[in-house]
Design a binder for this molecule. Structure first.
Ligand code: B12
Ligand code: SF4
Ligand code: SF4
Length: 400
């Protein structure tokens, strides 16, 4: 294997140095850059066990390509390295974590995952990766490559870990001691035999905050996620009715979920995004459930043009909102909004609306010790716990 300093491939091609590549990646707005070897044979058994357990739920695409996901050359012939990049999406507000908890604790507000407040990242990342590949091509001439961002059977997390972008947290995401985990990953498969980057050690230590914070218990063990319980899966990937036993646990999370990341002490070091396209649109960071539930299908399509949320469609949007409204403290506006959709054309929406109305009726008038109506979601309980035990990145319990 080559060293970091070497500039020539065994085949004879003169290659840009790792430093030059990193510089080019930074100029394109990528926060981190690294090079990974593509031999993922040691993760194949774990991935197969995950599929065999059915943890992928309805995500057929996870099973469809079998082990091609872990075998880069079977997807793109000649691949020997993966160039890995990250790009930040954390909000600009330095108090974004506290604000996120506050929104989660407010049953009238809608909570949209922070990654989805602005423009969809997939195309943006791929087009920047394409520019990076073209820049390499200008320097060394034609070479074999293909760019990805969530767009093909590629194990981006594992490759990013091997490229030194971070370690895999117990929530399974990649995180980094200087920037937390609030970044997307992108990949270039290539036939260039570039030197492989050094790795970052796992700094989770004895910490289990993400596991404790997960409202639905989806992190069934450290580094193992049952996607079928994950609110991100339930609100985005899952098409049909949301299992009834999970609905009360979802709180006001209507698209994606961030709790495991909000609870992580390392996200004190998350960096604000430098990408204007990722800034919040349509007041998605400060809208009420009632406001969003009122959107017609046409409004949904036009307001969310270019947003990742658009791909779930208006029907699932209403389904998710109905669950959140059922978990709220109720009140005239919420009940009236739900009743107005009792005759919705979609049986899926109608069923979730009826569930929400039933749930509100069952606990009508429930008053908390502070004399205010109770938002009855376990999600709200977990939020209260988090607020009371605000993460202290200096405590060191996560650094051994
Ligand atoms: C499918 C998918 C999901 C699924 C499943 C997530 C998961 N953790 O597997 C769902 C819909 C739930 C999801 C949710 C989210 N996702 Co997602 N997702 C993906 C995707 C497409 C594939 C991930 C994958 O391969 N999972 C399969 C599992 C099996 O792989 P694994 O974790 O490496 O598993 C290994 C070990 O943990 C172990 N193992 C795991 N389970 C088990 C079980 C047994 C029995 C055994 C023995 C071993 C074992 O073995 C495996 C092999 O080593 C990637 C993009 C990509 N192409 O990689 C994005 C990706 C991981 N997602 C991303 C994001 C941002 C999210 C969310 C934060 C979005 C949100 N806010 O709502 C959440 C976070 C939830 C979470 N805690 O993971 C980013 C993560 C960026 C980062 N910093 O790491 C990615 C990389 C997309 C991107 N290009 O940026 N996601
Ligand atoms: S995204 Fe939410 S539901 Fe999914 S594992 Fe993290 S905390 Fe749990
Ligand atoms: S440091 Fe703690 S909260 Fe963060 S990923 Fe590791 S175990 Fe989870």
């Amino acid at each position: 294997m080559q060293t970091e300093q070497s500039g020539r491939e065994p085949g004879g091609r003169e290659l840009p140095s790792a430093e030059t590549l990193r510089q080019w990646a930074h100029e394109l707005g990528f926060a981190s850059f690294g090079v990974a070897d593509v031999d993922l044979s040691d993760v194949e058994d774990g991935f197969q066990a995950w599929l065999d357990a059915g943890y992928h739920g309805e995500m057929d695409y996870m099973a469809r390509h079998g082990m091609k996901r872990a075998r880069a050359p079977e997807l793109v012939e000649g691949t020997v390295r993966a160039l890995m990049v990250s790009i930040e999406y954390a909000p600009e507000d330095p108090a974004w974590v506290e604000r996120a908890w506050a929104t989660l604790a407010d049953g009238e507000q809608a909570y949209v995952s922070r990654y989805a407040l602005g423009r969809d990242y997939h195309k943006l990342v791929r087009s920047r990766l394409q520019r990076l590949a073209e820049r390499i091509e200008q320097q060394i001439g034609p070479f074999g490559y293909r760019v990805f961002c969530d767009s093909a059977p590629v194990m981006e997390g594992e490759l990013a870990r091997r490229a030194g972008l971070g370690w895999r947290g117990k929530h399974t995401l990649v995180l980094n001691p200087r920037r937390g985990s609030t970044f997307f990953l992108g990949t270039i498969y290539t036939d260039l035999e570039l030197p492989v980057s050094g790795r970052i050690d796992d700094h989770c230590g004895t910490c289990v905050r993400c596991i404790d914070a997960c409202p639905t218990g989806a992190i069934i063990a450290p580094y193992r996620l049952d996607a079928r319980r994950c609110i991100s899966y339930l609100t985005i990937e899952h098409k049909g009715p949301i299992p009834e036993e999970l609905r009360p646990l979802m709180g006001n999370r209507i698209y994606g979920c961030d709790d495991c990341q909000l609870a992580c002490p390392w996200n004190r070091f998350a960096r604000p995004t430098a990408v204007a396209d990722f800034h919040p649109r349509q007041k998605l960071d400060r809208s009420t459930l009632v406001e969003l539930f009122a959107w017609t299908a046409e409004e949904f399509d036009s307001r969310l043009a270019g947003s990742p949320i658009r791909r779930i469609g208006h029907e699932r949007w209403l389904r998710n909102l109905a669950v959140a409204m059922g978990n709220s403290a109720g009140g005239d506006d919420i009940v009236a909004a739900l009743r107005a959709r009792r005759d919705d054309a979609s049986p899926l929406v109608r069923e979730h609306v009826e569930w929400a109305l039933r749930r509100l009726a069952e606990t009508e008038g429930a008053i908390g010790p502070d004399g205010r109506p109770v938002a009855r979601s376990a999600g709200a309980d977990s939020v209260a716990r988090q607020v009371n035990t605000a993460p202290d990145p200096g405590s060191g319990d996560n650094r051994n």
